[in-house]
Design a protein around this ligand. Sequence first.
Ligand code: BGC
Length: 726
Amino acid sequence: MKKLNNKLSVILLLLLTSCAQLRDSAPPARPWMNASLSPDARADLLMAQMTRQEKLALVTGFWGSPSPDYTPPALARHGSAGFVPGIARLGIPPQWQTDAGIGVAQQRSVQEKITRTALPSGLAVAATWNPEAAFQGGAMIGDEARASGLNVQLAGGVNLLREPRNGRNFEYGGEDPLLAGVMVGAAVRGIQSNYILSTIKHFAFNDQETERKSYNAVIDEGAARMSDLLAFQIALEQSHAGAVMCSYNRVNGDYACSNDGLLNGILKKDWGFPGYVMSDWGATHGPEDAARGLDQNTGVDGDALDLFGKRLADAMAAGTVPPARLDDMGRRILRSMFAVGLFEHPVTTDQGDIDFKSHELVSQRTAEESMVLLKNDQNLLPLAANIRSIAVIGGHANGGVLSGGGSSQVYPRGGNAVPGLKPTSWPVVYNPSSPLAAIRAHAPGAEVRYDAGTDIRRSARAARKAQAAVVFVTQWASESQDVSLDLGTHQNALVRAVAKANPRTIVVLETGGPVLLPWRSQVKAIVEAWYPGTRGGAAIAKVLFGDVNPSGRLPATFPASLSQLPRPQLQGGTVQYAEGAAVGYKWFAAHQLQPAFPFGFGLSYTTFTHSALAARVEGDALHVTFQARNIGKRAGRDVAQVYVAPVRGGWEAPRRLAGWRKFDLAPGAGMNAGITIDPRLLATYDTTAHAWRIAAGDYRLLLGTSSQDLPQSVTVTLAERTLKGP
Ligand code: BGC
């Protein structure tokens, strides 16, 4: 027994010694991995361990995809947009960056296409006016990014729709800073809920693609703060995005990524943005941009672009960039990586299981909620399931639904439904969700004929024979080029001819943004379906047949003509933003212009009324309450909108959107709602005092269904006040 005890003691001793040895030989503790510390404290601890070379490595990102004369670093994920090497010694994960806000996109240069779920376009998501839908869409993207081994999503496009011809409007959140900021902010929050870091972009005033790498947006500071910058500010507050991507263009003379006032002044100092600024791909102009607020030079695919490597080191040695900046740059990057959870939740290369079925449903529901019923004379819609015959015409409706082109292009599962279309600058991709097939499924007893719409006379004949005609009209838009708002002679003539042949003609639009609808008085029904994503065809049919009661509202004004725009001609070079903060409906109201369809507009298959509008000031807060009711026969979703208008004027426009509520209402049901107004929407930005100021006086709160239909009003008196925040 004694012998046994002795043996046990020896084993115990051996065990204890080897444990102690293990402890001694273990790698040094990594105190920055203590998740109970703040992201700032963790970043500080980690920075203290880094060599200068390592810090320099963190501030440069490479292009992620191979090309004939460029091979990305070995660990980059081919097909992705960018890659920042990790530092294994310290456990810093690589940053695998990819586009963007519509889904996990793959770069066109790579042939083996990564296929993922596409949401409807960003503008469509904004048209839902439902931040929860935007969040769910973002969460879906974040999940697919994670499963694809990508941990930085170049999403969050929130440039205001100031120029309706901007080829990238489909990626953004519309023309109003509150709507765009809230909706894009919610989407980014959704992405980051998967511990995937997201950008907000393109900072700032990248409002057109014409001469995007050189044009100079000229706007005074007050107007800037009350328009595009407010959208960015709100989106950042809502999302805590880890990064901001600065844009290609110039703002008041300086390139956005070399813009001290924008980056150091407004973003970092005034707004207290704790994250990092990354350049758009190739938007860095020199190592000195680091002194002006740029933290990461991204998209490097050759020596010429490697401005934040040796050249930054030289600039710091020469004193043109303060040496302390390198620590600040690195700290900001690491801080965001800690804050979002990139250290604790690493991504892996194995593709994991993507739950495509449920993701497609997220996309479809968003599409259903985004569609805007622009016109519905004599309640032509919804179509009855027992309709006898339908002519479906044009828009490749037999194949699928259109998507927007460019770096945000998501390649769909099942492949491009309409391959080989021109232009080929970026590929034109149709999601393989056929509206024709979905229409057939909704009306099994009907004769549903498809006509491609190429021969107008033949299309008119097909329309004449059917009980109803549905014409699909498309306009492709993409990054790096702007569009005309004109749908083209052929499509316009097609709609006119079909409408003449069949009085029950419905037009379904698949466009990136506003377009001119010169034939709008000649057709009975118009549905704006945007770029409706992976399950767009199914969503369109549900709206046409009333399984879904449309509840999208326009996030942008549809002008009646180009002459109504602040710049009837697209400009390059110096673009004077003469409209200032009067973007979209604000411009139209300020100049008493009647658009084709106003901001906020959208019909339903039921009718809502609003009443009991009241406003009260409590301390510094302005609360608005009201009641909404569904007085029709179908369940539906109301979007009740509150605008604010200073009685004595003095703003950029007569009124601004101040808040909204979207709710489901059964027939006959009512709902009480309350909104607390963001004080910045009651104020103007005083550039001398560098503060938001509310002027004393009477303000009308207006309630209704669009920026032009605001029958309820109540007046409150506000005291003069300077807001405390930025
Ligand atoms: C676009 C960005 C995009 C980047 C990487 C640029 O051309 O402007 O939005 O994130 O490429 O693909």
